[in-house]
Design a protein around this ligand. Sequence first.
Ligand code: BEZ
Length: 225
Amino acid sequence: MTTQAQTKQEIAPLRIGDKAPNFQANTTFGPVEFDNYRTDHWTILFSHPADFTPVCTTELLAFSEQRDWFLERETKLIAVSIDSIHSHIAWVQNVKEKTGIEFNFPIIADTNKEVANLYGMIHPEASSTATVRTVFVIDPEGTIRLIITYPLNVGRNIEEVKRVLTALQVADVEKVALPANWKPGEKVIVPPPRSLKEVEINKEKSYEKIDFYLQKKDLQREVSF
Ligand code: BEZ
């Protein structure tokens, strides 16, 4: 028999920079091969503890309201919980009947906990039977770029998910870093110089300069939010 301590040691947690593991799953949109689903897109894979629960309902409604915003940024959403496909379908229909909003992204029915275990979404001290609220941001190459975990009783901030996705995309394209609380329209951080020559080059630039290692600049394009 496997003890909880053994399980904790044996399953290496996924980390930023790891390849997102592939899986096949049944979803409210039909069968999904995850590698195919996410190809050429950014992907947000997020788990919720259970269907027909209040916090989860508010979260999936909030993600649904922002689905087109994510698609405009080449980003697909996909949700997962260990509920059955029948439970998911009944919940989607119930929420649509009560609110007029239909969850507009696939929800994985992970009854055998394959996805939950692969992605470390079950935190036994929080619940041995339900996934906690994780968010995995995966880039188009299939690399995990961000992992956020929320507890069972606190809903996620979808605006923060939008902000950090935008920040990751800006960082990749512009080769910059983003300061604390950064939002589109604000200055970005110039990567610190890696040579004395770069220190001299930066001196000529009209950057906002705190010191040689902390310099900010405006982006030369507008980033919408
Ligand atoms: C909720 O979504 O409201 C919820 C789900 C599981 C545990 C606690 C709260």
